[in-house]
Design a protein around this ligand. Sequence first.
Ligand code: ZN
Length: 146
Amino acid sequence: MARNDSIVKMRELLVKRRDALRRALAGDLSLLKSLNEQTGGDVGDAALDAAQDEISSKLAEVESRELANIEVALERMRSGSYGLCEICNCKIPLARLNALPYATSCIECQRAMESSGGGSGYAGDWSRVLDGGADVDVSFSDLEAG
Ligand SMILES: [Zn+2]
């Protein structure tokens, strides 16, 4: 029950963030900024800092990638598969979802994927994204196939 409540709240945040990102991509960062102030900026801090520095094409790329991640997460919420690991089907701990709302696998499976070398490279890790990690590449066919 608490878990469902958390997911409902997260969904609201994601919807707001999706709208903010859409506007940001259209060149309007005001909503994104106010949203980050409201939520304490725990999700998108780093991105916001970068946004304040400059609106670069790279940022737009990150934003559109996040936007796509949000769409996937919202779709999974609609279908009821949100928060379930795509690989072992366990419930992804809320702490992980809070830190990484777009996670589609649990930590164990993600690690296993990474260590097997063939990892899809999926990561919502902001520091990595913004550090210039061109290695972050979301494969949506993989996400949808689950
Ligand atoms: Zn798993």
